[in-house]
Design a protein around this ligand. Structure first.
Ligand SMILES: NC(=O)c1ccc[n+]([C@@H]2O[C@H](COP(=O)([O-])OP(=O)(O)OC[C@H]3O[C@@H](n4cnc5c(N)ncnc54)[C@H](OP(=O)(O)O)[C@@H]3O)[C@@H](O)[C@H]2O)c1
Length: 240
């Protein structure tokens, strides 16, 4: 069995549901010690139990990535327990009202807070841990909304902003052999915006387990090159 991430520490945000859950299960299966982050403790500890039941290693850290104090607390505990962090998957994200006129100041602050500030807070707070790893890998989950503009002002802006942040992380990481990739997935079958799960064909809505496979492929790739960005779409919608 492939245990190529044995002894690696992988922090995954938004780990309790959807893509984050798939990534956590996949990286744990490859031998990583998974560090699970999301706000609600119960789904997180259920996932940690599920991973342990299949022989994997997982620790749950309930944390709101949009709250700088919550992030500082979780990062301090992670630093104390592990020292080094090899993989950081910045996946936690929330949707936003679709139209400009429906978006109020509170929506804007909340979505930018989770989808953009949350990525900066956690990456910055774990920076010393990432430097301490031999060749750390940061993956930032945007979405095709971060490429085409328009649509939801808060969501699109948060994901556009993430592109800038991804390259800032990549640039700062060079001297420490830290890689950073931004992924732009299209529709995934995670129940996003209340969509029913399992009803669309896979060619119209991607299986999050398959996207997790792609992520696993990236983080196990040779450390001397980097995939800067990648667009992943269901076969039926090959456009951004
Ligand atoms: N699904 C799609 O079609 C799609 C398409 C393109 C891009 N994306 C992006 O892919 C990522 C994952 O999407 P998904 O569909 O898997 O989402 P999801 O199923 O709704 O799961 C979101 C996860 O994030 C956690 N979370 C939300 N707010 C948080 C916060 N403030 N702090 C910490 N954790 C938080 C949630 O747990 P708690 O509620 O307990 O915190 C949950 O574990 C997001 O960044 C999303 O923007 C999704």
């Amino acid at each position: 069995m492939d245990k190529s991430l044995n002894k690696k520490v992988a922090v995954i945000t938004g780990a309790s549901h959807g893509l984050g859950r798939s990534v956590a299960i996949k990286l744990a299966a490859l031998g990583a010690h998974t560090v699970l982050i999301a706000r609600r403790p119960d789904p997180l500890s259920s996932l940690a139990d599920e991973i342990r039941a299949t022989g994997g290693v997982a620790t749950a850290y309930p944390c709101d990535v949009s709250n700088s104090e919550s992030v500082k607390g979780a990062a301090a505990e992670i630093h104390e327990e592990f020292g080094a962090v090899d993989i950081l998957i910045n996946n936690a994200g929330i949707p936003a009202p679709r139209s400009f006129e429906e978006t109020d100041f509170g929506d804007w602050d909340e979505v930018i807070g989770v989808n953009l500030s949350g990525v900066f807070y956690l990456t910055r707070a774990l920076w010393d841990c990432l430097i301490s790893a031999e060749a750390a890998y940061v993956i930032n989950i945007a979405g095709t909304a971060g490429l085409r503009g328009g649509g939801s002002p808060a969501y699109g802006s948060s994901k556009f902003g993430l592109t800038g942040l991804n390259y800032a992380i990549a640039q700062a990481g060079v001297e420490h052999s830290i890689r950073s990739t931004i992924l732009y997935p299209g529709g995934m079958d995670t129940g996003w915006r209340g969509a029913p799960i399992g009803e669309l064909p896979r060619s119209e809505s991607m299986d999050p387990d398959v996207v997790a496979e792609m992520i696993a492929h990236l983080v196990t790739s040779p450390p001397e090159f980097v995939v800067n960005e990648a667009v992943l779409n269901p076969l039926a919608y090959p456009f951004v």
